[in-house]
Design a protein around this ligand. Structure first.
Ligand code: ATP
Ligand code: MG
Length: 1027
């Protein structure tokens, strides 16, 4: 069928569906045996798990294995109880459907162990949080408590569950267990007072007696040895190899703590257990038909443990009060009746204690919030029982198994086949035995066994077990599944005694002994005992025997009717959920590993209906889902159907399967459902979906993130706009204030400007200040940097005077600065230039020409220098005389104006005119004699030194010409301090004294060429060119 799967089948086939000869029971058994011997205890029939009890510890339940099975498709890994748990868990989460795991099989087949493994898997798989951990702990710890009180060692199983248990685990939307609820069914309470050989009472009795704590033992008045107590030693098998009662007691104590049983509750609990033990040890003696307890001390102990008056208890044990015609009559009991009352009390107390405990556990498992949750139910109920001696309990247990088989048939065989027909799928019906007929035989009204039993119980007169049997035979004697001594054929009759009847159960024939049927069904506890119990101070017994029960006149429901009702409810619960099946098989009757007893196994295979199951499975389809469910889950796998398909779902599914390339044989299209034949096809589809889911999740995430981000963005945008608004408003206000201020300033400025010429007043004060500052700023920037720079910033009208003052000040400053920088020689030079300027500026045309050149002190040629030292310095110059200027000049004779080259030396006392050849003194004019120096206004170099004739004799004025006339005259003027005597003639003539007192005229005129010569008129004519 599937390559992968074949490869994984190491021993035999791991799914019976793969069995070649699937109709052969031998092949089935052989596969089971092969796998069992190889320690492969699990095998599938499609989705049903077949489990064989290995009776030894296998290392296949550790955390590693749990991890391996987590989130892996059912068929991907070898069969395992974890795979069932995982599939149920995932189906619950994925499809939001409540689940239930139905574990069936006979006593000792491993049902309880399987249910524990499922719980272990669920606890390890789901998410962790303190609340969840709390619930998980309690779910797990509820087991040791229930097992201690409800399990016992039987001949078939050292830890046989003597009650039925259905546990709902509640999961929140995250898949974490958040609560739980337990329903308990029909505790085998007869075990409290009687155990068959080789069996024990419920574990808790032995655990308490063997707890080892002396203090505790004396508190409960126990000896420490179970053999001392009648209720514990009847089976003569107190010791069990596989059980350590002392250790188990600690486990139970611990579990009670975890499940919120307070110290006082625990004490009350153990007091009851101890009191039941002591009840068993009560013995009675009869004296003239009236029985009495032999050892009152024991009654005292019991009364002490339960917290009631010893007398009341004694009286209740010794008497029975009967109400007749409104009168109460108290009659004493004989020994048998006393023993009956004692046992009834022990059973009643223990039974109610057990129910109270389940309720307590339910309180501790209660979900904290009241959120909607998904459920996973675990049904671990007693298996089919065929004993040597079968009583009312076996009848109930086997009835329960009939009902479960019915459910199995309903959900798998029958419903499956009906569904194929309903959906119009071609189908060849598989024959199977439908046990409905047996169910009806037991529960039908008014002719079912239970109905007849109830009727017999209620009937006035003297009903007895025997009358009940007679009634049965009378009413249903012809039923094919009922046989009694009377109705049996002669061969069978030998095997059925007169107090027995036989039912042909689906799992085999069981012969029931009718002894005690009526009594057990009546479930009666004498009124006196009930009253004694409701008056106890023990917090549990007083609660378990409420006072209103005594007041109620209504007859309590019979045990069988109660059981029938609770079973019907259980069926309803199970029908509402998606079931998963674990079919447990025990390999031998010896509780031993590695022994595969074919006969026993074959029997179980048969009555569990595994062969039929396999045949239906082989012929059928592994998976079916309504179109809308399938389509909804997988439509994302086909582009044509994703995200929406407008047509009907069936059409969509057709497109989908075509796209997924399903082969013709892989599937069928029913009327409302799609049927897939092979798991591999479904798993391939599921795998594709799982892979696709990531993509879809990413898209959804992306879309959501986009949506979310956009929301954030829009919010931010609004915020930004708001901030902007406020900021703009703030900025605008600022700007407005700025402009307002500016306008005020401008207005003030304009006003100031208009009032600028008025005396200082409020209107112009600011303006004037501004103008001043502004002008000063300008002056600072534009003030001349050198003395020659004559620019000056134009002042506003207002500051004319200031400007002048400032300019002068600045100029003076500049000059001062300048003056500070010039050398003495330069200073002298400038002084000379100033003198020259005073004398000549604007008067003589050649003056501007002289300005640019420096005045020098000595213009003598080199050859004159030696003469100057040798002659002039040595012979002419006086010692205290200082030479100030030397230059070559042309002297014009005072008669005839003949030019002669001469040297002029100016000292601080005298002007010397020397012969340029020998430096002989030609003229020597001390300044005192100088009356003036006259020059023309033209560009010529003539200067006439007017000499006082009186002093000079008759020589007349000295007519000299120098190329550096301005320099020479300035030097003389300064040397003789005679600047004021220097005249510039601007009338074109200079008159001078000639030799011997005559007057001469020098005529100046402008011409092209410079010439100085005597004119025809005897005058000296000077022609000066323009500059
Ligand atoms: N998977 C297993 N691995 C090892 N031992 C197992 C396994 N299943 C069952 N057993 C052994 O078999 C014994 C009986 O199993 P269990 O109590 O589960 O039977 P049961 O079907 O609940 O019987 P009952 O109907 O009497 O309660 C266990 O105590 C244990 O020793
Ligand atoms: Mg069990």
């Amino acid at each position: 069928m599937d390559e992968e799967l074949h490869r994984r089948d190491i021993v035999g086939v791991q799914d019976f569906v793969l069995l070649e000869d699937f109709k052969s029971p031998e092949a089935f058994l052989s596969n089971l045996a092969k796998r069992f011997q190889a320690n492969l205890i699990y095998t599938y029939i499609g989705p049903v798990l077949v489990s064989i009890n290995p009776y030894k510890t296998l290392d296949i339940y550790n955390d590693e294995v749990i991890k391996t099975y987590r989130n892996v498709n059912f068929y991907e890994l070898p069969p395992h109880i974890f795979a069932i748990a995982d599939a149920a868990y995932r189906s619950m989460r994925g499809e939001n459907r409540d689940q239930c795991v139905l574990i069936s099989g006979e006593s000792g087949a491993g049902k309880t162990e399987a249910s524990k493994k499922i719980l272990q898997y669920v606890a390890a798989t789901s998410t962790h949080s303190s609340d969840v951990e709390r619930v998980k702990d309690r779910l797990l710890q509820s087991n040791p408590i229930l097992e201690a009180f409800g399990n016992a060692k039987t001949n078939r199983n050292d830890n046989s569950s003597r009650f039925g248990k259905y546990m709902d685990i509640q999961f929140n939307f995250k898949g974490a267990p958040v609560g739980g609820h337990i329903l308990n069914y029909l505790l085998e309470k007869s075990r409290v007072v009687h155990q068959a050989t080789g069996e024990r009472n419920f574990h808790i009795f032995y655990q308490l007696v063997r707890s080892g704590d002396q203090g505790r033992l004396s508190k409960y008045s126990l000896t420490g040895s179970p053999n001392d107590h009648f209720y514990l030693n009847q089976g003569e098998s107190v010791e069990v190899e596989s059980i350590d009662d002392r250790k188990d007691f600690q486990t139970v104590k611990n579990a009670l703590d975890i499940c919120d049983f307070s110290e006082s509750h625990q004490d009350a609990l153990f007091s009851i257990v101890a009191s039941v033990i002591h009840l068993g040890d009560l013995e009675f003696q009869e004296d003239s038909g009236v029985a009495m307890v032999t050892d009152k001390e024991k009654v005292n102990t019991i009364a002490g443990l339960l917290g009631c008056e010893e007398e009341v208890l004694l009286s209740a044990l010794h008497h029975r009060t009967i109400e007749a015609k409104g009168e109460k009559v108290k009659s004493p009991l004989n020994v048998d009746q006393c023993l009956y009352a004692r046992d009834a009390l022990a059973k009643g107390v223990y039974d109610r204690l057990f129910t109270w405990m389940v309720q307590r556990i339910n309180i501790s498992l209660q979900q904290r919030g009241k959120l909607k949750c998904n459920l996973m139910g675990l049904l671990d109920i007693y298996g089919f029982e065929i004993f040597q001696y079968n009583s009312f309990e076996q009848f109930c247990i086997n009835y329960c198994n009939e009902k479960l088989q019915q459910l199995f048939i309903e959900l798998t065989l029958k419903s499956e086949q009906e569904e194929y027909q309903r959906e119009g799928i071609e189908w060849e019906p598989v024959q199977y035995f439908n046990n409905k007929i047996i169910c009806d035989l037991v529960e039908a009204k008014p002719v079912g066994i239970i109905a007849i039993l109830d009727e017999e119980c209620l009937r006035p007169g003297e009903p007895s077990d025997q009358t009940f049997l007679d009634k049965l035979t009378q009413t249903i004697g012809s039923h094919p599944h009922y046989v009694s001594h009377v109705t049996a054929d002669s061969a069978t009759r030998k095997t059925i005694s007169r107090d027995q009847f036989r039912l042909k159960h689906y799992a085999g024939d069981v012969t029931y002994n009718i002894k005690g049927f009526l009594d057990k069904n009546n479930n009666l506890l004498f009124r006196d005992l009930k009253a004694a119990m409701s008056a106890t101070t023990n917090i549990i017994t007083s609660q378990c025997f409420p006072k209103d029960e005594l007041l109620s006149k209504k007859r309590p429901e019979t045990a069988a009717a109660q059981f029938k009702t609770s079973l019907a409810q259980l069926m309803e619960i199970l029908m509402s959920k998606e079931p998963a099946y674990v079919r447990c098989i025990k390999p031998n009757d010896f509780k031993r590993p590695a022994i595969f007893d074919e006969k026993i196994v074959n029997h179980q295979v048969k009555y569990l209906g595994l062969m039929e199951n396999l045949r239906v499975r082989r012929a059928g389809f592994a998976y079916r889902r309504p179109y809308e469910v399938f389509f909804k889950r997988y439509k994302s796998l086909c582009p044509a159907t994703w995200p929406n398909y407008p047509g009907p779902e069936k059409e969509g599914v057709q497109l989908l399967v075509n796209h997924l390339q399903y082969q013709d044989d892989d599937y069928r299209m029913g009327k409302t459902k799609l049927f897939i034949r092979f798991p591999r096809v479904l798993f391939a589809t599921e795998d594709a979906f799982q892979a696709r889911k990531h993509g879809l999740a990413t898209t959804i995430q992306a879309k959501y993130r986009c949506f979310h981000q956009r929301k954030v963005y829009l919010k931010m945008r609004v915020s930004a706009i708001m901030v902007q608004c406020y900021w703009r408003r703030y900025a605008a206000i600022k700007e407005r204030e700025r402009r307002k201020r500016a306008v005020e300033i401008i207005r003030k400025f304009i006003k100031g400007f208009m009032y600028r010429k008025k005396p200082e007043c409020d209107e112009n004060r600011e303006f004037i200040r501004y103008t001043k500052i502004n002008y000063l700023e300008r002056v600072k920037k534009e003030a001349p940097k050198t003395v020659l720079d004559k620019k000056w910033p134009a002042p506003p009208e207002l500051l004319m005077e200031t400007s002048d003052l400032l300019q002068k000040l600045a100029m003076r400053n500049l000059m001062l600065k300048y003056v500070k920088t010039i050398s003495p020689s330069r200073k002298l030079q400038l002084q000379q230039k100033v003198v020259a300027e005073n004398i000549f500026k604007g008067k003589k045309e050649s003056y501007p020409y002289s300005v640019k050149d420096q005045f020098v002190d000595n213009r003598l040629a080199a050859h004159h220098e030696s003469l100057r030292t040798s002659v002039f310095e040595a012979t002419i110059k006086q010692a205290d005389e200082k030479v100030l200027y030397c230059t070559g000049v042309t002297k014009f004779d005072r008669h005839g104006y003949k030019p002669r080259n001469r040297v002029m030396i100016v000292t601080d006392k005298t002007i010397y005119v020397l012969n340029d050849k020998d430096f002989k003194t030609k003229d020597k004019i001390p300044y005192a004699l100088v009356k003036g120096i006259v020059l023309s206004s033209l560009t010529d170099g003539i200067f006439v030194i007017i000499v006082s004739t009186a002093e000079n004799g008759s020589k007349g004025d000295l007519i000299l010409q120098s190329d550096y006339v301005v320099e020479a005259v300035t030097k003389i003027a300064m040397a003789g301090n005679i600047s004021s005597m220097i005249k510039i003639s601007n009338n074109g003539n200079i008159n001078h004294d000639m030799m011997s007192g005559k007057q001469g005229i020098i005529e100046f005129s402008k011409g092209n060429m410079y010439s100085v010569k005597k004119g025809k008129n005897g005058q000296l004519c000077v022609i000066a060119p323009p500059l």
